[in-house]
Structure formats: C-alpha cells, structure tokens
Design a protein. Structure first.
Length: 226
C-alpha cells in the first residue's frame, strides 16, 4: 500500500501542476465532464485536469487512449513487474468493466473514492473488495493471508509465517463475530468503525484542494483509533 500511495502522490503532484497551469479549453476527447463531476467528488475543472493526466499515463506504453495494467503499475507502483497480487487487486477494482484496460471514467470514479469528501461507505466497500479476492461477498482467512503477504512484499518487509498467522488470528478473533470462519461486509464494516485507522490509506487529504498550490505534498492519515 505504501508504494501505491507514493505513486498516487506523484500522480497528484502532476495533477496539481495541470490545474495550476490554467486549463481554459476543454480537452479534446473529453465528453460531458459535467456529468462525471456530478457522479464524483471532483469539480469540472478537476475532471478536465485529471483527463490531461490520464492521457499522459495512457500513452506511456501504448498510445491507445486506455490505461493498461503495465501503464497503471508504472504510474502508481513505479514498477511493471508481471506478478504483483496487490497491484492486480487495485487495478481490478479500478477496472469495473473487467476488460483489462481503464477508460477515463473508470479512472476518475475510482480515484474519487480516495477524496476526503467521498462517503465513508464507499471507502469501506473499496477496502472490503480489496481483500475479497474470489468475489464471493465475504473474506476468507486465506485471502487475508495472501493480501497481507502481498502488502508486506510491496513494502519490502519480511515477517515470518508464524507472525503473519498471529496477525490473522487476531483479526479473525475480533472481526468474525458470527464465528463462521469468514468476514462478511457487515462484520468488516463493524471492524472498520471500531478501528477507523484501517481506512487511513483510503483518504488523501490533498485531493480536497487539488487546484491550490501546495508548499509541500506529504501524505499522512489524520484518522486515529478511538
């Protein structure tokens, strides 16, 4: 998740620069940004600036007007390695049409979830889907382990299997209130509401004033456990 946020940081810095440069003309190829603005937390000017960034990313490998998985990984993870469970999961959640490429509308709607003004339920749903690898509507123990291992690998951390099992044991002990060996959406929501810091990476504070010049661009959570 750290590498993903670092990638988003660089992506948003470019986004800010686009906005600061003053976009007075509607970008060619962008259709009805007003509608997309109504469906997300972005303003029309932010949608137009984001489209300019989208065009740059989507032409990094193949200039076809879509962001493929390799371009996505290069932009957000600074890597184009073929096997990355975490990168695959994030891409799959952006790729709502499941055709292996991102259209601009998919890109903007998914990024909108990270906005401070995005509804909490949207953030909870996105984070739940991140772990629901089999798309079953619930999270199994093995899915949690796969994501924990993948996240640690992306962060360059190495924990023993015993420590990872302890982490998973404690997670299920608290979250699996129905004692059926899995975490459903209701249980996940309850867990997150008790520990809001679980969603700390789902909010990027500087998206709120993205067209303002910032003296610095530091990502950190302002949400703590209560």
């Amino acid at each position: 998740m750290v590498q993903f946020l670092d990638g988003l940081k660089d992506l948003l810095v470019a986004f800010v620069n686009c906005c600061e440069s003053g976009i007075n003309k509607r970008p060619r190829g962008l259709i009805n940004p007003e509608e997309l603005a109504r469906e997300t937390v972005f303003s029309v000017s932010e949608i137009e600036a984001l489209y300019e960034l989208f065009k740059k990313i989507s032409s990094a490998v193949v200039d076809d007007g879509y962001i493929n998985k390799e371009e996505f990984q290069l932009a957000l993870f600074k890597s184009n390695k073929k096997e990355s469970l975490f990168a695959d999961r994030v891409f799959d959640l952006f790729d709502v049409k499941h055709n292996g490429m991102l259209e601009f509308e998919e890109f903007a709607r998914a990024l909108s979830v990270f906005h401070p003004n995005a509804a909490m339920e949207e953030k909870i749903e996105f984070s739940f889907q991140l772990y629901d690898l089999k798309h079953q509507g619930f999270i199994e123990r093995q899915e949690v382990k796969q994501m924990v291992v993948a996240t640690l690998a992306e962060s360059g951390m190495n924990l023993s299997d015993d420590v990872i099992e302890i982490i998973i044991d404690k997670t299920f002990e608290e979250a699996d209130t129905k004692h059926d060996g899995r975490i459903d959406k209701e249980e996940w929501r309850s867990l997150v509401m008790r520990h809001p810091s679980l969603l700390k990476n789902m909010t990027l504070q500087y998206l709120k004033d993205i067209t303002t010049a910032f003296p610095s661009f530091v990502f950190h959570s302002q949400v703590d456990d209560t």
